[in-house]
Write a protein that binds this ligand. Structure first.
Ligand SMILES: [Cu+2]
Length: 217
């Protein structure tokens, strides 16, 4: 009886300690005027390069009202992505990016998933609608998150150790490599990291009616 009670007390003590062992990096990304930057991807790679990758689960990039949704999708390397067409017109999604070269021939509905098997930035386009631009950020590390409208991204459940943390955004001036910061979360539970990005103006191709033989693309 004594032993059982002692064990219960021990577990009660041990539980909060075990929880505190998982660290968190809270990132804030703003532009030069202090405005929050949404759709920035924050990636943390253990400094010792030791990565254990979980099994990648399928993700989705929709086409809605002739735009990619989300505009920026961040996934772990090896992730299959489906590109469901929610529009009544057909799309032809492709990328010429070195990290993934693919093309989904003119389609309605949902074609078979494309596996993003190389880390890097994949720029998405549609052969029918020139203004459609989207991005898949393929992370080599399972520790990544995308900033919300407040420019905030939280990487939680990090094993306590030191990380090299970096940020990527489609309009970023300078390179992702230049944004690297060393962050040690081996002791503290939560660490705040901030970036101020200089953003290039967004290049938008004006939406225009497409003149085809049937006029209804
Ligand atoms: Cu399209």
């Amino acid at each position: 009886m004594m032993l059982a009670r002692w064990l219960v007390a021990l577990f009660a003590l041990a539980a909060p300690i075990a929880q505190a062992q998982n660290a968190e990096i809270a990132a804030t990304v703003t532009d030069e005027r202090g405005k929050p930057v949404a759709d920035a991807v924050v990636i943390a790679v253990p400094s010792d390069g030791n990565l254990r990758l979980p099994r990648a689960r399928e993700e989705v990039v929709d086409q809605v009202d002739k735009e990619f949704l989300p505009k920026v999708q961040a996934v772990l390397v090896g992730t299959p992505i489906t590109f469901p067409n929610r529009d009544s017109v057909r799309h032809q999604v492709y990328s010429f990016s070195p990290a993934k070269h693919f093309e989904l021939p003119l389609y309605s509905g949902t074609p078979q998933a494309v596996v993003f098997d190389k880390p890097g930035v994949v720029v998405l386009g549609c052969n029918i609608h020139d203004w459609m631009v989207g991005y898949v950020y393929v992370s080599e590390s399972p520790y990544f998150a995308k900033t919300d409208s407040q420019g905030r991204a939280v990487l939680s459940d990090l094993p306590p150790r030191s990380y090299v943390v970096r940020v990527w955004h489609p309009q970023q001036t300078g390179t992702e490599e230049d944004s690297r910061k060393n962050v040690d979360v081996s002791r503290t539970g939560r660490t705040e990291v901030e970036w101020t990005l200089t953003l290039k103006p967004e290049v938008r191709i004006r939406r225009a009616p497409v003149h085809g033989s049937h006029g209804t693309y």
